[in-house]
Design a protein around this ligand. Structure first.
Ligand code: NI
Length: 397
């Protein structure tokens, strides 16, 4: 089995992959600041003798293997960390206060470098080109969009794309994905309620933005429960609220922020319109005004191509066993891998990393999030198998 050989080789490189992952884990960098991470990627590619372009989307790197001609497939990893203070007890825990690889992007980068090593060892057999995309700023910075806009899917044109995300609900040795929409369209929300501040003893001379904000938050709950079709899916969450400094002063304004999610862009925009209308009217009914913003780039839904997922199921089934490959329901998490699949048929796959005995049970974005590193060579092998299998299919078509 060629796939089994790729997995066996990946496992023989386990220490090499894990060592890279741990180096990245100790020095997490936030979006568009992935300077050391990008350097480590380039140093490793140099060591492997693989050519690349850097400085794409600031810290992004695109490596190229194979013939340099069509057909061409892309494998993608994200490199950024989160502003979370790590609380795990691993010996390679974050050495930067307040920053942590709590979404596993250190693993994604290490697994893709593992795939680079595997593909380099069989480069002469590749019937086309493999691009390895190391991108910045997945966590809200739309690094994937910038990479795409800077042309990483061109010259030669990428025809299929593959990405992996470590997935705490699934045990190590298994994967999951689905045909169609897998992850949500997601956007940020900011609301400012403007009232009239003053002495808290004389509320009748003020217009209280605190009480009005409480009403706005409560009313926003009715969008999902009363306006959205019960068979459709959406999220409207207010996650932060700031207003006032003193116990005896009614503040002038209150700021709130949160997230809006849906399974299509049309539904996301509809939810944004409802949030704007409802907030404006609740504020007006209380003599306040409201400023409503949707900052940054809303991420489109991550939509998998059924044929690409079908071919992943085939080789992953051979590699891991049929029972280890799951069709899973969509989730309301967002992913900027979506910007690539807007343009190219692709598949985003959840890689099982759960291991109760090793304490790898917490979800991503949690200060106690831990990864079962036995999953890392599996991820590298899946990347490499995708490239080999897909180039073979495309060149025979
Ligand atoms: Ni992530």
């Amino acid at each position: 089995m060629p796939y089994q050989q790729i997995l066996a080789d990946a496992r023989s490189h386990s220490n090499w992959i894990v060592d890279i992952r741990r180096q990245l884990h100790r020095f997490p960098e936030l979006m568009y600041e992935e300077v050391m991470t990008s350097q480590l990627v380039r140093d490793t590619l140099d060591e492997l003798g693989i050519s690349y372009q850097s400085g794409i989307a600031e810290t992004g790197v695109v490596a190229t293997l194979g013939t340099g001609e069509s057909p061409c497939v892309a494998l993608r990893a994200d490199m950024d960390a989160l502003p979370i203070h790590e609380e795990t007890d691993v010996p390679f825990r974050s050495e930067v206060d307040g920053k942590m690889h709590a979404c596993g992007h250190d693993c994604h980068t290490a697994m893709l470098l593992g795939a680079a090593k595997l593909l380099r060892e069989r480069e002469s057999e590749l019937p086309g080109t493999v691009k390895l995309l190391f991108q910045p700023a997945e966590e809200g910075g739309a690094g994937g969009k910038r990479m795409r806009d800077e042309g990483v899917l061109e010259n030669p044109t990428v025809e299929r794309i593959f990405g992996l995300h470590v997935w705490p609900p699934l045990p190590t040795g298994t994967i999951g994905s689905r045909t169609g929409t897998f992850l949500a369209a997601a956007g940020e929300l900011k609301i400012t309620i403007h009232g009239k501040g003053g002495h808290a003893a004389k509320p009748h001379y003020c217009i209280d933005p605190v009480v009005t904000s409480a009403k706005v938050i409560t009313e926003l709950q009715t969008i999902i429960s009363r306006n959205l079709d019960p068979l459709d899916s959406g999220v409207v969450s207010i996650t932060a609220i700031h207003g006032g400094e003193a116990y005896n002063v009614i503040p002038e304004t209150v700021q709130m922020s949160g997230t809006i999610r849906a399974l299509t862009m049309e539904r996301l925009h509809w939810l944004q319109d409802r949030v704007r209308s409802l907030t404006t009217h609740v504020a007006a009914a209380n003599d306040c005004t409201a400023t409503i913003e949707f900052p940054g780039h809303a991420y489109p839904p991550t939509v998998n191509d059924g044929n690409v997922w079908g071919s992943v199921q085939d080789f992953a089934g051979e590699l891991l066993g049929r029972d280890a490959v799951h069709e899973v329901p969509p989730v309301m998490g967002g992913e900027d891998f979506a910007f690539y699949t807007e343009q190219v048929p692709g598949c985003f796959v959840a890689l099982g990393i759960r291991n109760e005995e090793a304490g790898c049970t917490h979800n991503v974005h949690h200060p106690l999030f831990k990864v079962d590193e036995d999953a890392l060579p599996i991820g590298s092998a899946l990347h490499a198998c995708f490239a080999v299998q897909t180039l073979r299919n495309l060149s025979e078509a």
